[in-house]
Design a protein around this ligand. Structure first.
Ligand code: KIV
Ligand code: ZN
Length: 519
């Protein structure tokens, strides 16, 4: 069976989703998980775009041992130098250079002719080859580029040293038939592709909801790398969803006869991690990993599944890592049972993280008789986010109700480890809490979104609050978890402020002026 490489761009194209900014520890956490999942190449960022991106690519490159680590770069010497520097310590470094090729981009964005575009691309690929032997080239907006010109530029960059040719459907305009034909045309008209064993790659956006179908059509027509993201996150309507591509190839192996190196049983834990850390909620009916993906509501379906599961299920929830054992832990559960359950849920915690998680679980089990899988998942996701706290909530007292002015008294441990307390009134209890926190931290922001949900069932369920806060031109999200929803609200706000602080500290300390637009 042939194998297609999975190139994950969650940390680059995925992070370009509005509101999905991740900080360095979060990116590292996701990168490690992607490697465990079996992703072949991880596009870790766009190093020239900011110092934060540069640092993240560098840290991921230094950490991963199996997956290739790739940095994106425009066709400019500075970009390529920066990408080369960022990936240089990777076990398997790759530089990905791109230049737009379609007429609309040539005329209106680049204002350059075909010859210039070929020249710049060739020079850039040669420069990139000076840093690494694995160079990918993307003719941006390839699916709207004249086929003859596309073949010319592909032949030229292969000659210059490109080893992978990625053919992006940048604006999600292609259809499966037309996109597949582009790959066939290139294989037929660029002899060097076959002669030199060049890998063709798909990169599909989902503007018409066709990203996965287009990626599969590319694979049918010779693509042996598929670029995709976890949960399909990405620019605008997103990218092809990794879990959908992988499961389509797996479940319909009879038709495609193309495998991947992905361990499908890690798809769900990875999806959950990315959703938690980016704050981008997975829609309930999302294929493979959505809450309803394996739920049978209709009586006839339930009856069929009970009699013979395959009547209505083409794959099992277990096969994609959705935990089926709803074993309930309680306050008498020991370390061993706790650790086993975290492993079964797809977490790989180190000893220190496990100890903290276990203590938090014990505290929760004291408040709540039964601790469900959903509680554990939320608790550990929450803990992974708390690693970079600057201000810590130490006390919260709220007065609210009819005919009362809502008032909150908040105590925080500040950046010097000292306890500080202040109080404020507000339009409601949450407003009062947020005002008090603003007074204590000196960081104000506009609350753009506030969402609350019960993590598991029952009236003792933990509440999870997710917020979006605007501070100057930055939108930052925060998440808080507690059996007390006012405490969860305070924790979410503090989480956002802490993230803002650490992002600002990193940017200003390292490179104050380095902001370049993403492609
Ligand atoms: O969509 C696109 O064209 C891209 C390129 C940078 C590959 O993301
Ligand atoms: Zn893209």
């Amino acid at each position: 069976m042939d194998t297609v490489r999975i190139f994950d761009t969650t940390l680059r194209d995925g992070e370009q989703s509005p509101g999905a900014t991740l900080d360095l520890p979060e990116k590292l956490e996701i990168a490690r998980q992607l490697e465990l999942l079996g992703v072949d190449i991880i596009e870790a960022g766009f190093p020239i775009s900011s110092q934060g991106d540069f640092e993240s690519v560098k840290a991921i490159a230094a950490t991963l041992t199996k997956a290739s680590v790739c940095g994106l770069s425009r066709c400019t010497p500075k970009d390529i130098e920066r990408a080369g520097e960022a990936v240089k310590n990777a076990a398997k470094p790759r530089i990905h250079v791109f230049c737009a090729t379609s007429k609309i981009h040539r005329d209106h964005k680049l204002r350059k002719g075909k010859e210039d575009i070929i020249r710049i691309s060739v020079e850039s690929v040669k420069q990139a080859r000076g840093y690494v032997s694995d160079v990918e080239f993307s003719p941006e907006d390839a699916s709207r580029t004249e086929l003859e010109f596309l073949a010319d530029i592909c032949a030229a960059v292969i000659e210059a040293g490109a080893t992978t040719l990625n053919i992006p459907d940048t604006v999600g305009y292609a259809t499966p038939k037309t996109y597949g034909e582009v790959f066939k045309y290139l294989i037929d008209h660029v002899p060097a592709i076959k002669a030199r064993g060049i890998i063709l790659s798909s990169h599909c956006h989902n503007d018409l909801g066709l990203a996965v179908a287009n990626s599969l059509a590319a694979a049918e027509n010779g693509a042996r790398q598929i670029e995709c993201t976890i949960n399909g996150i990405g620019e605008r309507a997103g990218n092809a969803s990794l879990e959908e591509v992988v499961m389509a190839l797996k479940v319909r192996g009879d038709f495609y006869n193309i495998g991947t190196n992905i361990d499908a049983s890690k798809l769900y834990p990875t999806s959950r991690m990315v959703s938690t850390l980016t704050g981008l909620v997975v829609q309930r009916n999302k294929a493979i990993v959505g809450q309803n993906a394996f739920a049978h509501e209709a009586g006839i379906h339930q009856d069929g599944v009970l009699k013979f599961r395959e009547t209505y299920e083409i794959m099992s929830p277990e096969s994609v890592g959705i935990p089926q054992n709803t074993m309930v832990l309680g306050k008498h559960s020991g370390r061993h049972a706790f650790k086993n359950r975290t492993v079964e849920l797809g977490f790989s915690l180190n000893d220190e993280q496990l100890e903290i998680a276990f203590n938090r679980f014990k505290t929760l089990a004291d408040k709540k008789k039964e601790v469900f899988d959903e509680d554990l998942e939320a608790l550990i996701d929450d803990q992974l986010e708390l690693d970079s706290q600057v201000w810590v909530l130490q006390g919260l007292q709220v007065t609210a109700g009819s005919n009362t002015i809502p008032t909150a008294t908040v105590t925080l441990k500040d950046t010097n480890g000292e306890l500080i307390t202040d109080a404020s009134v507000g339009d409601g209890p949450v407003d009062a809490i947020y005002s008090a926190i603003q007074r204590l931290t000196g960081v104000s922001g506009k609350l753009l979104d506030y969402r609350i949900r019960a993590v598991s069932k029952g009236k003792e369920a933990q509440g999870e609050v997710q917020i979006e806060l605007q501070h100057a031109d930055k939108v930052i999200r925060g998440r808080g978890l507690s059996t007390d929803i006012l405490e969860a609200s305070a924790l979410a706000y503090l989480n956002a402020i802490n993230r803002l602080r650490s992002a600002a500290a990193r940017e200003s300390r390292l490179h104050p002026h380095a902001v370049v637009e993403h492609p």
